[in-house]
Each structure stands twice: as C-alpha cells, then as structure tokens.
Design a protein around this ligand. Structure first.
Ligand code: 7TS
Length: 404
C-alpha cells in the first residue's frame, strides 16, 4: 500500500492542530473518511435525493437502487446468504439493542441466561442488563486471563441448559485482543446456543465470512470502517430474524395496516421502520469498496506492523504498563504511565497535535477488573505511518517529562 498516496485521499489528515500536523491515533473511536465517501454524500444530495421505496418517480427509483445496492454490497462484504439477512441500523449499539429487544421477546423466559465477556463495551452489556429487570434473565460473564484473553475453560463451564445466547466482541476496543470467535461459536452451537458477535472493532480489520463462521448475528458500525456516522449493520441468520418480532413500528416495516390489525413486511424491511439513512448507506457502499480495493488483509498487515513497532517503543519507556498482551492482537494499544493520570497524558499529547483516547473507553467493568480509572489508547488505521508513531512516542516522552 502506498500510504502517502492514500493519505492524499483523506482531506482531514492535512489539518494542523495547535500549528502542528495532526497525528490522528483515535481510530477505534471513529475513522476519518476518504474523498470517495465524502463525495458520495454530496453527490447523492446533489443528484438523486428522494425517499426510498416509496415513489414511482425517477429520483426515488435511483435512490432506492443506491440504497438496495448498498445492501447487496454488505451482503457480499460479509458473504451472507441473502440480502434478507442484512438489516440497516444506526450502528453497533442499535444493532445489539435490536437483537436484545426482539430476540428476547421471541425466545427468553424468566431464569434464562445470556453469556457476555469481561471485555465488552457498554453497548454489549447494558442492553442485556436491561433485560434482567424486564425479563428476569441472568447475565453471566466470561473472565479474562492476565494477558487479556478470554478464559475459554471458564466459558465452557458457564454454559448451562438455561443459556439462550452468547454475545461477545470480535476484538476488544481496550485490550485489542482478537477473540477466538470460531471456537466460541463451535462450543456454543454444540449446546444449541446461538452467538452474537460485536464486530465494531472486528469488521474494519478482519475479513468476516458469516457463513464460514456460522455466526448467528454479526454487527458493526459504518463510521469505524471509513463510512459516515449514523449507519450500521445487523447481520442475522434468516431462520432467527424470521421468528423475531419487529423492533420498532412505523412506515416501511408494515404489510397492511388497518385500525384493527397490522401485518408486517418481509425481511429485511420488517426491522427497518421509518426513512432509512439511504445516503449513509450509499456512502458506506463506497467505503466498503474502498476497503476491498486496498484489501482488508493488506490493511490489517499494515496496522499490525504499526502495532508491533509502537508496542516495542512504548515498552522501552520507563513506568509504562500496557493492558492487553495477547499474541492475537489488533491495532490498539491501551496503557498507563506510573504516577500520571491518563487524562494528563491525553491533554499533553493533544497539545502536540497527537489525538488519542483517554478514560474508561466505555468499558467500566473492565477498568474495575484491571483496578484502574482509565487508560490512554492509541489505535491505528490504514493511513497511519511509522513517522506518526515516532511523533507519538516523542510526544509521550515529552508529556512524561512535563508531568515529572
Ligand atoms: N462495541 C465495541 C467493541 C466498540 O468498540 C464500540 C465503540 C461499540 C460497540 C459501539 O459502537 P457505536 O458505533 O454504536 O457507538 N467503541 C468506541 C471506542 O472504543 N471509543 O469510542 C467508541
């Protein structure tokens, strides 16, 4: 990959922050957008904007084609069997809430159990916890090992005849650990338990084949894979989605409405009430084409190189503790410097033009387990360079000197 050429395609990367070139290392929070994605939004509003699925008029047809073309693109991207299995949502959070709400309605009874893990983002904790109150279900948590991997022996022992779903992250947004989802799915399925994989940090870095994985639900956010905010995906096996009731009521999700009774639309529309973010979907199509054009394996190889390069350099700094030391790691490094609050490091890095994330990273239970208030996190994307990693390291050394 020619990174210099790639960087030219991301207008925001030319920015200066406090008169220093921007070094953007907060990609796990959201990625920057290439020109093709930004142009897709502008082009859609300049040329074909019309509500989808509704009008017989020309623009509406073009808009519908763009939107449904996006669904086919996502189907290919995930290698789903059918476009019926691709539901557009606002993002990972909404996708998980949809499953929590609708799957539980169809399948959960009081006393049933859902297994999550200790390294989940709040998005994959709170929706299930809300069901504890509403449905009387019980949440069980797979612990992590000292290097930050899932304790698979404990996982096996947590499954009982009351387990109704396993819901785990593909990649931890804090530890960077790539979880063995193939093994998790095989184990869960041997007990007839379906699995949801939170792919927010997985899909942007790892080729996902939902049929090969045999995963029941896979969810991700567009904005973490170079697409706009406000659009995301829920993949679900048709056999499950068919049996699940609608999530929200409104236009588009209906078959026929009378004041006495409403019938529901077929998949995938049954789960898409209201006007969808069709412009976001069209722009996401461009983002996925862009990623596939570069090759997701090439992107991952580049990010892994940056991960290893930066990890070595951080480790050499006295007093630094890295959280998450699995050999199976994606491009995320969370750390603390002894005696210095993560916010102070974050602020001092920012003043030098380096954007990182600090705090609990929406994983407070994991912070409690680690016994820390928060971390500093750097996370890589396809446009980051070794020169930027060097800038980050020297900015970090400077920040530490200031705090001493
Ligand atoms: N799951 C994981 C593993 C995530 O990392 C995130 C967002 C979400 C779910 C929620 O995604 P959303 O697009 O619906 O908000 N993670 C982060 C992060 O690490 N920093 O900011 C957002």
């Amino acid at each position: 990959m020619d990174i210099d050429k790639i960087r030219e395609e991301f207008p925001i990367l030319k920015q200066e922050v406090y008169k220093r070139p921007l070094v953007y290392l907060d990609n796990a929070a959201t990625t920057q957008k290439p020109r093709v994605v930004i142009d897709a939004i502008s082009n859609a509003y300049c040329t074909i904007n019309a509500n989808v699925h509704r009008g017989v008029h020309h623009l509406s047809q073009l808009s519908t084609e763009g939107h449904e073309g996006g669904r086919e693109k996502v189907r290919q991207f995930l290698n789903a069997k059918s476009i019926k299995e691709i539901i557009f949502t606002r993002g990972t959070t909404e996708s998980i809430n949809l499953v929590a709400s609708s799957f539980s309605e169809a399948f959960f009874n009081e006393g049933d159990e859902v297994i999550i893990s200790a390294m989940e983002h709040h998005s994959n904790i709170v929706p299930w916890q809300m069901l504890e109150g509403k449905k009387g279900i019980k949440l069980k948590v797979i612990p992590i090992t000292p290097v930050g991997e899932l304790d698979m022996e404990m996982f096996r022992s947590l499954i009982t005849e009351r387990t109704k779903l396993v819901s785990v992250a593909h990649v931890s947004n804090v530890l960077g650990t790539v979880n063995p989802i193939e093994e998790i799915i095989t184990i869960a399925h041997s007990h007839n338990v379906p699995v949801l994989v939170d792919g927010a940090q997985g899909a942007p870095h790892i080729k996902v084949d939902v049929q090969a994985l045999d995963v029941d639900f896979y969810v991700f956010s567009g904005h973490k894979i170079y697409a706009p905010t406000g659009v995301g995906v829920l993949y679900g096996k048709e056999e499950w989605l068919d049996k699940m009731p609608p999530y929200q009521g409104g236009g588009e999700m209906i078959g026929k409405v009378t004041f006495e009774k409403t019938t529901y639309n077929e998949l995938p529309f049954k789960f898409e009430a209201g006007t969808p973010d069709y412009v976001g979907v069209m722009a996401m199509t461009e983002a996925l084409n862009y990623v596939e054009g570069l090759g997701i394996e090439n992107i991952a190889a580049h990010e892994t190189e940056l991960l290893q390069y930066t990890t070595e350099k951080i480790k050499a700094i006295e007093g630094v503790v890295i959280y998450g030391n699995s050999p199976h790691k994606s491009g995320v490094i969370s750390f603390n410097v002894e005696g210095i609050h993560p916010y102070d490091i974050g602020m001092l890095l920012d003043k030098q033009g380096v954007a990182v994330r600090t705090g609990h990273l929406c994983a407070q239970p994991l912070m409690d387990i680690l016994g820390i208030p928060g971390v500093v996190r750097v996370s890589f994307a396809l446009y980051n360079t070794k020169a930027e990693c060097d800038k980050f390291i020297s900015a970090l050394q400077r920040a530490i000197e200031i705090c001493k």
